[in-house]
Design a protein around this ligand. Structure first.
Ligand code: ADP
Ligand code: MG
Length: 708
């Protein structure tokens, strides 16, 4: 038996000895007996991987599918792999997964792991979830935006606010799973439903503070070096046991791994280690966009005498449990999408974790024996910079897409919706305003025909708006690849080595120039086309320092977006417009329709100012092809921002004022209170019909002007 398959069968036996296994029958009964059930237990007790199997074996799938949601796509994929393996099924048959742009299910699938966003989309098409007998909302303690919305929606349909499960042949059972936190609150929210607690067994973890990171480093500084130093100290100074290092994202994880490789004793990083007596370190990165076969390695036990060191994002805090971890090195930071009120946009930021998050991280060291957690930050940092609890995503990010989904589901009163934690009204109003600006809702807050088209695309509403504009001109071939490219991470490789970095930069500059220069959107579009058309796309990527895996995903996403568009074009009467100009202008004009909320104008020197009312002073990011050409520019649109001590614009394209002239007033002339008051009123159907026909007229007038 090979080493790895021996480990595999061992792990299947371990499944039987997980804390959850003794409660198997009681759990199945509890699910059957209640509409809502909260299940809680320490991370690693077997909730995610085992409960769906129990329900399957009890035959509950015969009444309808068993769906399990995860806030993170990697978790959905990895867990589905694991469970299909444990059940000895082929992945994609009885057990499958679906995440945005990746559907691994078939007719035969009855146990389906998916992201919470996917289930939300399924509700759009099938509000009663008639295909399911059981829906499990997993990782509810993470408080992801989509899980929170699902909680509210299911409460609304099943707790009698609406008509209940009328129209369904069998009742739906909802299980909400959460690590120990907040279960009373969840139960109260769900009408006082029972809470099933799986008693855990955990061992003490001693935590210590460091001195390298203090309150002055709150904006995230050189914590990578410190984390590496501490991890190496653990390796050389502590008894056997694996290490789990928490960092925030791909690039710094790769950097940390590089530093560790450099400094740690070199061993063969695969499992065919020749000299097993070497006390070595097996260094394994773990982040969301990593290939799944590499992720699988994380779970394998290291060879005898070798210490495993996993360098991970927050994904290893609760979603994935790695056995054998005895030491934690905690950077104290996490990457989070936050609505930034200074610039009025959602920005991916590195911020200090909360104290409860830090405790959760530390707890990962105490699963099988006593452990140690090394916090690289000081006690003062803990006191002054860390909140008690993590703020739920619904209270800190843009609600635009979610509000559109709710409205399409007939939830007109988005302010009175049953939220587990209410978002600030300001965020709801902001979402309504954006939807109105994109013509997705009308003045009365009702979804327009365009809005119904927009909700079908799993993209940012602005990008969808631009795509639909292009489709109405019959030039979707320009926007589909772009939308796909903007939906994947890290197209361009940024090597850590300075010499290689120079070489990569040179290649990237050459690509931008060849694409016409001075338009980052066009560069992305061209890279997509060149790669696709080349004889050997992977060699082309290597040659140009482009991530082949990212491009492969982009190809697949483009196909899927194209399918959605075709389906919509067949199903609904699609707007048609004519344009008589050159292709570059057409491209940029379509972009303006979706990105006029992201317009900046040059003020002085190299400084630009945003036009959304915030008037933020911004700069072009050095990675842009427009960098150092600022003086030649006047107006531009951008895809996103990066906030450090300065605010930088990334993925930028110059435009002409005339193209946004008629759109810009929309940024200011919206009466958000009108939108939201209407949202709260009972809907008078007749009135709505009247205003809709007026609205339709206004919209067609608007689009005529657009073409002119
Ligand atoms: P919970 O959901 O309660 O946190 P899980 O069901 O995720 O617990 O984990 C139960 C056990 O299964 C853990 O010991 C974990 O290490 C193991 N496990 C989970 N996923 C995998 C995987 N992909 N490969 C190997 N082991 C796994
Ligand atoms: Mg779990």
């Amino acid at each position: 038996m090979s080493k790895s398959s021996k480990c595999e069968s061992q792990r299947c036996d371990e499944a039987k000895s997980l804390p959850i296994s003794r409660h198997r029958d009681a759990l199945v009964r509890a699910v059957e007996d209640h509409v809502f059930l909260v299940v809680t237990g320490e991370t690693g007790s077997g909730k995610t991987t085992q409960l769906p199997q129990y329900l399957y074996r009890a035959g509950l799938w015969k009444a309808g599918n068993i769906g399990i949601t995860q806030p993170r796509r990697v978790a959905a994929i990895t867990v589905a792999q694991r469970v299909s393996h444990e059940m000895r099924f082929t992945l994609g048959k009885e057990v499958g997964y679906q995440v945005r742009f990746d559907d691994c299910t078939s007719e035969a699938t009855v146990v389906k792991y998916m992201t919470d966003g996917c289930l939300l989309r399924e509700i759009l098409a099938d509000p009663l979830l008639s295909k399911y007998s059981i829906v499990i909302l997993d990782e509810a303690h993470e408080r992801s935006l989509n899980t929170d919305i699902l909680l509210g929606l299911l409460k609304k349909t099943l707790c009698g606010v609406d008509k209940g499960s009328e129209g369904r042949s069998v009742p739906l059972h909802v299980v909400v799973m959460s690590a120990t936190l907040e279960t009373d609150k969840l139960s109260t929210f769900l009408g006082g439903c029972p809470v099933f607690t799986i008693p855990g067994r955990t061992f003490p973890v001693t935590s210590s503070f460091g001195s390298a990171i203090g309150p002055k480093d709150v904006n995230g500084s050189s914590y990578v070096n410190e984390v590496v130093r501490v991890a190496l100290n653990v390796h050389s100074g502590e008894l056997a046991g694996d290490i789990l290092v928490f960092l925030t994202g791909q690039s710094e994880i790769e950097k940390a791994c590089d530093l560790l490789y450099e400094k740690a004793e070199r061993i063969d990083y695969r499992y065919d280690v020749q000299d097993q007596t070497v006390e070595g370190l097996l260094i394994l990165p773990l982040y969301g966009s990593m290939p799944t076969d590499q992720q699988r390695q994380i779970f394998l036990a290291p060879p005898t005498g070798i210490r495993k060191c996993v360098v991970a994002t927050n994904i290893a805090a609760t979603s994935l449990t790695i056995d054998g971890i005895k030491y934690i090195v905690d950077s104290g930071f996490v990457k989070q999408l936050n609505h930034n009120s200074r610039v009025g946009m959602d920005i991916l930021e590195v911020v200090p974790i909360s104290k409860s998050e830090a405790q959760q991280r530390a707890g990962r060291a105490g699963r099988t024996s006593a452990g140690k957690c090394f916090r690289i930050y000081s006690n003062e940092f803990w006191e002054k910079c860390m909140l008690e609890y993590t703020v739920p995503e619904i209270q800190r990010t843009s609600l635009t897409a979610v509000v559109l989904t709710l409205k399409c589901l007939g939830v007109h009163d988005v302010i009175g919706f049953p939220y587990l934690d209410r978002p600030e009204e300001r965020l709801i109003l902001e979402a309504l305003k954006q939807l109105y600006q994109f013509d997705a809702i009308d003045r009365r807050g009702r979804v327009t025909r365009l809005g119904e088209l927009m909700v079908e695309f799993p993209l940012h509403p602005g990008l969808t708006r631009a795509l639909l504009k292009a489709a109405s001109f019959g030039c979707e071939d320009l926007l589909l690849p772009l939308a796909a490219m903007l939906s994947v991470e890290n197209i361009f490789i940024r090597p850590g080595h300075p010499e290689k970095q120079k070489e990569a930069d040179k290649k990237h500059r050459r690509l931008a120039a060849k694409a016409g220069g001075m338009n980052d959107f066009a560069t992305l579009l061209s890279v997509f086309q060149w790669c696709k058309d080349s004889d050997s796309p992977s060699a082309w990527c290597k040659e140009n320092w482009v991530h082949w895996r990212a491009l492969k995903s982009a190809f697949s996403i483009e196909t899927q977006l194209c399918e959605i568009l075709l389906r919509l074009k067949q199903k609904r009467d699609f707007p048609v417009e004519v344009f008589t100009g050159n292709k570059s202008e057409l491209f940029r004009r379509c972009l303006c329709t979706g990105y006029f909320t992201n317009v900046a104008r040059r003020s002085v020197g190299k400084t630009f100012s945003t036009m959304d009312g915030h008037g933020t002073a911004v700069h072009v990011h050095p990675s842009s092809s427009l960098f150092e050409h600022e003086a030649e520019l006047d107006w531009l649109i951008f895809h996103d921002m990066m906030v450090t001590s300065r605010v930088y614009l990334r993925t930028v394209c110059p435009i002409r004022y005339e193209w946004v002239k008629e759109l810009l007033p929309k940024l200011h002339q919206v009466d958000v209170y009108e939108l939201s008051n209407i949202a709260r009123e009972e809907v008078d159907e007749e009135e709505v019909a009247k205003s809709e026909s007026k609205e339709a007229k206004r919209l067609t007038e608007g689009s005529d002007k657009d073409v002119a």
